[in-house]
Design a protein around this ligand. Structure first.
Ligand SMILES: [Zn+2]
Length: 285
């Protein structure tokens, strides 16, 4: 039900856009019709997590200001009233269901205090979650509420601990994202699968570096962008918006079959142009 088109590089995606122009235009027109009222609205569809028909809630929050051309944030809104997951999270669960191995060990989710983790738990998945809690708790330890502390650049799990990894919108908050990818590969079994999302610019070959460390300071190359963080009310700085280079980073970190996956589905409430998740497999030796 989720339409997925996969690309190994930017060239393949450009070719796809040329070839699929009528379909992409059809999707865009449908989205324009849905949002034409410029007021919060609902759209009927099917939540794959709740396994029932629902009215997804769409508003114009985080939509970049109100203007005549204002479009909803299709990625972060379109929320299921029952499980609370947005379109990006529901698409990730759909893909994880179909494409991650579920019989090779638990699945590591790089978040714990979120509706996504709760939803996967309610589905009965064998999962392990963590948050980055800084110095409050030792790495690998748990806070008073039982949440495990992990730093993606130096995970405390033994190598080959997991059959799959789901990491959604975390990587852009890790300055040394290359080390994080290496660690995610290390903790997977050979042939284990990774499902990743992060802010992605399909028009860019190279990453957009928004901020970098200069001595002990943070140097901002773009206006500071903070994302919601369940462990910090101040939010979390996004150091990057990734470009197609991310696929090379995945290969360098020990993954094969790295693909950008474009997803869309009217029925599942997954709208918007250029909505991507990334999949890769730990290269078997
Ligand atoms: Zn739901």
């Amino acid at each position: 039900m989720l339409t997925i088109d996969r690309f190994s590089n930017q060239h393949e995606y450009r070719e796809f856009c040329r070839r699929s122009e009528p379909e992409l235009r059809r999707r865009f027109r449908l989205e324009q019709r849905l949002a034409a009222g410029q007021l919060p609205f609902t759209v009927a569809g099917h939540c794959d997590i709740c396994a029932r028909e629902v009215a997804f809630a769409v508003d114009f929050e985080a939509a970049g200001g109100v203007s005549p051309e204002c479009v909803p944030n299709w990625r972060e809104r379109v929320i299921c009233p029952s499980c609370g997951l947005n379109a990006r999270m529901r698409a990730a669960v759909c893909m994880a269901k179909a494409h991650l191995p579920h019989d090779q060990g638990p699945i590591y989710v790089t978040e714990r205090k979120t509706p996504l983790f709760a939803a996967l738990e309610s589905l009965g998945w064998n999962i392990v979650g963590s948050e980055y809690l800084g110095d409050q708790v030792e790495l690998g330890g748990r806070d008073a509420t039982g949440v495990r502390n992990e730093d993606l650049t130096r995970l405390t799990f033994p190598s080959g601990s997991f059959g799959g990894v789901i990491s959604l919108d975390v990587l852009e908050h890790v300055p040394d994202y290359g080390s994080a990818l290496g660690e995610l590969a290390r903790v997977l079994v050979e042939g284990g699968g990774l499902l990743l999302s992060a802010p992605f610019r399909a028009d860019r070959t190279r990453h957009l570096v928004r901020a970098r460390r200069a001595d002990d300071e943070i140097e901002y190359l773009e206006p500071p962008e903070h994302h919601d963080d369940p462990t910090d009310p101040a939010g979390c700085l996004a150091w990057y918006h990734f470009g197609w280079e991310i696929l090379e980073n995945l290969r360098a970190a020990g993954f094969s079959g790295a693909r950008a996956c474009l997803y869309w589905s009217e029925r599942l409430g997954c709208f918007g142009p250029e909505q991507f998740l990334f999949e890769a497999m730990k290269t078997p030796r």
